[in-house]
Design a protein around this ligand. Sequence first.
Ligand code: FAD
Length: 308
Amino acid sequence: MLGPVILAASRSDRMRRLISAAPVTKQVVDRFIPGEAVTDIVPIVKDLTAKGLELTMDVVGEDITTPEQATAARDAYLELIDHLKQLQLGERVEMSIKLSMFGQALPGGHELALANVRPVVEAAAAIGTTVTLDAEDHTTLDSMFAIHEELRKDFPQTGCVIQAYLFRTEADARRLAASGSRVRLVKGAYKEPAEVAYQQKHEIDKAYVRILRILMEGEGYPMIGSHDPRLIAIAQELAHQAGRKLDEYEFQMLYGIRSEEHLRLAAEGHRMRVYTAYGTDWYGYFMRRLAEKPANLRFFLRSMVSKG
Ligand SMILES: Cc1cc2nc3c(=O)[nH]c(=O)nc-3n(C[C@H](O)[C@H](O)[C@H](O)COP(=O)(O)OP(=O)(O)OC[C@H]3O[C@@H](n4cnc5c(N)ncnc54)[C@H](O)[C@@H]3O)c2cc1C
């Protein structure tokens, strides 16, 4: 019930101003977004990789309004890649990119986003890693998939994300699985209408399993983006049935959520990648994390009251 309300608030400028300025917000935000600058994040990258985990990095900031901001977003990723190169951690850390941050929603946005993302994909490849294009709301996906296909002509390792809650996703999964792509499957984090998406949790979970089977039986590299213990167990079983070895798929979870499970799966020999977000424009990312679990919202509100 609360999730859709929070997701609606995530699009409101008034709520953004209120929540961003609340005195205690930063402490709560840190659980999910553990730094603002690349220098804050380097110790975390070192720590997680030393524990046998891999990472995918998200420089937050999807709500841009000018081409200059899109260029700045590109440069922030290039700066990050430069740090990873110095740390010699390129092969352990990939990038996750929201094309909206690279200008996709601006006039001429498709071309602009492609022009901005290409140098990042090139720089990532030069240090032995890759980029995954995140999935945003359903109106952006045709453009995202077209950019993904274009990038894969030169950089076949470029990945993309598909969302189990959308009706279209089974067809997308078949196409991507046949093409041998890296694909992260998630449930989906945006507020989508009933015309395009399942609304009930049990329907989304069932779709997730159907789509996961397609990916596991296909030619590509499945990335299971979920914290759901039932789906993780099913993924292991489907991988086994499809004859996949441990390095032929991976699990991915968000920084700050079920961290002990990250370590448990890595200790079992699984590839486990932690999606780690950082940056100053954290509002949209943070609100989606609140919407996923009402207890997060209760914790957030309680901390506001106790400090107030
Ligand atoms: C690596 C990764 C990348 C993602 N990329 C995208 C993307 O590109 N596009 C997109 O639309 N969505 C993305 N998502 C978000 C995803 O769509 C879901 O909203 C999110 O993962 C919650 O779904 P779940 O599968 O974990 O299952 P749920 O059923 O929501 O959660 C299962 C359990 O995990 C724990 N949990 C889940 N979320 C939280 C939380 N916020 N706080 C605390 N505990 C929690 C709880 O214990 C919960 O019971 C991504 C998720 C992951 C893990």
